[in-house]
Write a protein of this length. Structure first.
Lengths: 172, 100
């Protein structure tokens, strides 16, 4: 019962943040609503017992990645976005299509996984067990991701650095 | 006890919100934020399935998704900065030419 109430409360916060992200027209409001979504998702992870994932969610996602986003928004001085009118066909066909698709998916999910339930803290994912799995079974993917992160760092430095002045005789 | 389908429906709602934002938003940073929202929705379904099947691989995979998302955010924001330097705009409708 407690599990269901907590799930519903934080799920509602989650969905409200996601809808607020869509409604807001200023990028910084969207970024801050994404922080709300991520924080309430961390609580949902905790309800499922995934402690390590919840901590990483708060530290890496809501902390590091969103700070990066907010920094870039402030750096580029992003203002209120201008809305462009979409096509009318998309409006007429799109909304019923989305509703029908969503109902179909929800029906299939309820039908196929209806009986399976999870309790409070169903699968405890402590850092120790996750680390054991990460450094034994998933050692190769882990090393590959380290190479990926290295490439991402170099790419970011190359892309974001100012281009060098083309003609040197102008400066001298 | 909460049915797993509830978690999956929440994850589907988050993913759809991400798709809708990706389609209707015109600011390149907000489009990028919508992609992060989609990744978060997928992560929730990973954790829910991990709890259903009592297998920790799902949670490890969430870790990998987070690493890839962080790398993607870094490179993507660098690209956004480069685009803004050359075009002086963040509206994707104005970024429609490969050549300046």
């Amino acid at each position: 019962m407690l599990h269901l109430v907590l799930f519903l409360v934080f799920g509602a916060i989650c969905v409200a943040g996601a809808i607020n992200l869509l409604v807001q027209s200023h990028p910084i409001s969207s970024a801050l609503s994404l922080v709300v979504v991520m924080a309430s998702l961390a609580v949902e992870y905790l309800l499922l017992g995934a402690e390590f994932v919840a901590a990483v969610q708060v530290i890496v996602y809501a902390g590091a990645v969103m700070v990066l986003f907010v920094f870039v928004i402030m750096l580029l001085n992003a203002g209120v976005e201008e809305r462009t009118k979409g096509s009318r066909v998309a409006l007429i066909l799109g909304i019923p299509g989305v509703l029908a698709g969503g109902l179909l998916v929800a029906w299939v999910l309820i039908e196929r996984t209806g009986t399976a339930t999870v309790g409070l803290g169903a699968l405890p994912g402590f850092p120790k067990t996750i680390g054991n799995l990460l450094f034994h079974d998933f050692l190769l993917p882990f090393e590959v991701t380290s190479v990926l992160v290295l490439i991402a760092i170099m790419g970011a430095v190359v892309l974001a650095s100012r281009p060098e002045p083309k003609n040197p005789e102008k400066e001298s | 006890m909460v049915p797993v389908s509830y978690y999956l429906i929440l994850s589907g709602i988050l993913f759809s919100c991400g798709v809708i934002g990706f389609l209707i938003k015109r600011n390149i940073i907000t489009i990028f934020i919508s992609i992060e929202l989609m990744l978060n929705g997928v992560n929730l379904s990973f954790v829910a399935f991990a709890a259903q099947w009592q297998h920790l691989s799902g949670q490890v995979f969430v870790f990998f998704v987070m690493v890839v998302a962080a790398a993607e955010a870094t490179v993507g924001l660098a690209i956004i900065i480069a685009v803004f330097r050359t075009r002086e705009t963040l509206n994707v409708d104005h970024v429609n030419l490969l050549k300046l």
